[in-house]
Ligand binder design. Structure first.
Ligand code: ATP
Ligand code: MG
Length: 647
């Protein structure tokens, strides 16, 4: 496939925080003179007791350790709130846009947010919550979710946010896994005009969990709920009695901040633990540089706070930076597929950060939903969550951004705390589909299956050579799984689980999960490449590709294809797509099976779960593994019933 290159627009090169020369210089210092570099960057945080040790890190078994700014103390809620009060108390911290455009938006200033957090922190304290306790947050996308997180940070409690779309069982297993005794929830959530019975789900989850002592219930819709005496309290009644003064707890840099379960794309979700100091520095720094954030700009990340993207880029990064962060309760296509772009116009959003899955879904509905809006406030676009196929990238750039806005394609993981590989808008020429270059202090490396380093251009497993401040510290309660998963495959290196190609310009291209690599007649192929070729066809909306056993080739290619809304898939299209892929990539990538599907199995965070498709491709459908994080399990039944040759 031809590689388009988009140079840095002139006005960005001139006015951005970091230009090309700046990136090169800072990157070099971040690696060659790391202690001095991080000592300087850590000044973005207000420390209570300054650290003397910058880092004590090793990925080797004998002296393994990940400690950053280890003897410093701080409080991240104070960094996100109190310290802004002198300069920007009346600046809007959170713009809240509700599910329905008919309901008014809310704007919450730093002064108000500070007060709300203090009162809520005092309410939790009055229920006996103290430093180190685990608090499960199961709330809709409302400002109170941020209030709850920051209130935990204020008193040193460890929050575990569980996405409001999860079932009672999934919620129960996450409450149990971290032994949390407090659950924060709402009567109901609202998404796409539908009520989600959050409190009823909590009640079901807690049926067999008597260890939970307190449930605090926010009123969102006013829907009927049952309250259990002694255990359940009403949020508003509870805070009304509390003082607005709550001194922040002095936290060690390595004290835990939160637990967050991964999306479960590759297996049972892991309880990723992040600590305070390094995470705070990383969230703030990446938010500022990747989005070129300047105080006063309106910034919108469409993720849910139930995912790490919401933690780092709706709550912690932006608020530590004193930003105005937009929080959206709804979904991209409600009441219609124009919603994102209308919200951008309504609040004059300048920086917009979303996921490829949302873009592909909207692209499928046609350009008109976009072009009927102005979007003149937009200056920068971002993408996260999966490889963005060049077709979707080009659409985002051309139709949404009208060629004006650079796109930062940010590669990272729950485990990494924040962005590791991404363009900087004033510094990096863009190549659609590439996450481009490493962020400061990040040393990516490609290795082959035996762990030998691949120099220069090449293709291999993506590993990271050395620690960065935002790195996870352990899997909650399972240090063994932590070490095994990330540090045992390649000795002394952090294993990302992703496959990656580096081109001649040193640009990184994520090719998909290592587990998903297909080996056709000895040729290793990333799923992302074949999927991109399929999605580039004008009638295809989405595609997922897995390997299948093949007598001659070893592995063949099994493609699941969703067509555009107005296309009726047939045999002619199947043949056309086979030819199309042969032309785009080469005969080696010829799909052996194409199954048309109205929907693909996705995690609740919108990622395609290829491990389930792989089982279908292998005709091994007896045990599909952990499916608890699937957004819509019925999609799988449909796929099973419609396998070619099954009728
Ligand atoms: P689990 O670890 O439970 O299987 P998960 O890996 O989907 O779930 P996350 O931490 O939410 O959980 O996702 C991180 C993964 O998402 C990365 O390892 C990568 O595969 C993919 N990813 C994220 N951003 C990008 C991007 N910009 N380009 C390519 N891939 C991306
Ligand atoms: Mg993962």
């Amino acid at each position: 496939m031809g590689e388009a290159v988009y140079p840095v627009p002139a006005e960005w090169a001139q006015s951005a925080l970091i230009d090309e020369a700046g990136y090169t210089d800072m990157y070099r210092r971040s690696v060659d003179d790391a202690d001095a570099f991080w000592r300087e960057e850590a000044k973005r945080i207000d420390w209570i007791k300054p650290f003397t040790q910058v880092r004590e890190t090793s990925f080797h078994e004998a002296d393994f350790g990940i400690r950053w700014f280890g003897d410093g103390t701080l409080n991240l809620s104070a960094n996100a709130l109190d310290r802004h009060l002198a300069q920007r108390a009346e600046t809007v911290a959170i713009i809240w846009e509700p599910d329905s455009p008919d309901e008014p938006a809310r704007k919450i200033t730093y002064r108000q947010l500070h007060e709300d957090v203090c009162r809520f922190a005092n309410l939790m304290k009055s229920r006996g919550v103290k430093k180190g306790d685990r608090v499960t947050i199961y709330l809709p996308m409302v400002p109170e979710a941020a209030v709850a997180m920051l209130a935990c940070a204020r008193i040193g409690a460890i929050h575990s946010v569980v996405f409001g779309g999860f079932s009672p069982d999934s919620l129960a297993s996450r409450i149990e896994d971290c032994d949390s005794t407090v659950v924060l929830t709402a009567d109901e959530g609202l998404r796409g005009g539908k009520a989600v019975p959050l409190k009823a789900n909590v009640d079901a989850a807690l049926a067999n969990l008597p260890s939970v002592e307190t449930v605090i219930v926010l009123k969102r819709t006013g829907g009927a709920v049952t309250m259990q005496d002694g255990r359940d309290i009403d949020w508003h009644d509870g805070v009304a009695a509390q003082s607005a003064d709550c001194p922040p707890e002095e936290m060690g840099a390595e004290d835990p901040l939160f637990i967050l379960y991964t999306s479960g794309s590759t297996g049972k979700p892991k309880g990723v633990l992040h600590t305070t100091g390094g995470y705070g520095v990383w969230a703030s720094m990446t938010h500022q540089y990747v989005f070129d954030y300047r105080p006063g700009q309106i910034y919108w990340c469409t993720a849910d706070v139930g995912w790490v993207t919401g933690h780092s880029y709706i709550v912690y990064g932006p608020l530590i930076n004193g930003a105005t962060t937009l929080m959206f309760e709804g979904i991209p296509n409600y009441p219609d597929p124009s919603r994102f772009w209308q919200v951008i116009d309504k609040h004059q959003v300048e920086i917009f950060y979303t996921a490829p899955t949302a873009l592909r879904a909207l692209m499928r509905e046609g350009d008109d939903w976009v072009t009927r809006t102005s979007r003149s406030s937009l200056r920068l676009l971002g993408s996260v969550g999966e490889p963005i196929n060049p077709e979707a990238w080009e659409w985002y750039h051309r139709v949404v951004g009208e060629h004006r806005c650079p796109i930062v394609d940010t590669w990272w993981q729950t485990e990494t705390g924040g962005v590791l590989i991404s363009p900087l808008p004033g510094a990096t020429a863009l190549k659609p589909g590439s996450a481009t270059k490493p962020f400061f202090g990040v040393q990516p490396m490609l290795v082959d299956n035996d762990g030998a380093e691949i120099d220069g251009a090449g293709d291999g497993c993506l590993v990271i050579k050395d620690s960065w401040p935002g790195q996870m510290r352990t899997v909650w309660g399972d240090y063994e799984r932590f070490f095994q998963t990330y540090f045992s495959t390649f000795k002394g290196l952090y294993f990302t689980g992703d496959g990656c190609r580096r081109d001649g310009d040193g640009y990184y291209w994520i090719t998909g999960r290592i587990d998903d690599v297909i080996n056709v007649s000895g040729h290793r192929m990333g799923t992302a490449e074949v999927e991109s070729a399929l999605v580039a066809h004008p009638k295809v909306a989405e595609a997922a590709v897995v390997g299948m056993p093949h007598d001659i080739k070893g592995q063949g290619i099994y493609a699941f294809v969703t067509t555009n809304a107005d296309v009726e898939p047939d045999e002619a299209l199947r043949k056309e797509l086979v030819q199309w892929v042969r032309r785009e990539i080469g005969p080696i990538a010829t799909p052996d099976v194409i199954q048309f599907a109205p929907g693909l199995p996705k995690t609740r965070s919108g990622k395609i779960m290829r491990r389930i498709l792989r089982k279908i491709g292998e005709n091994d459908v007896g045990n599909l593994g952990d499916t608890s994080t699937l957004a819509d399990p019925s999609v799988v039944d449909h796929l099973l019933a419609n396998r070619p040759g099954q009728d």
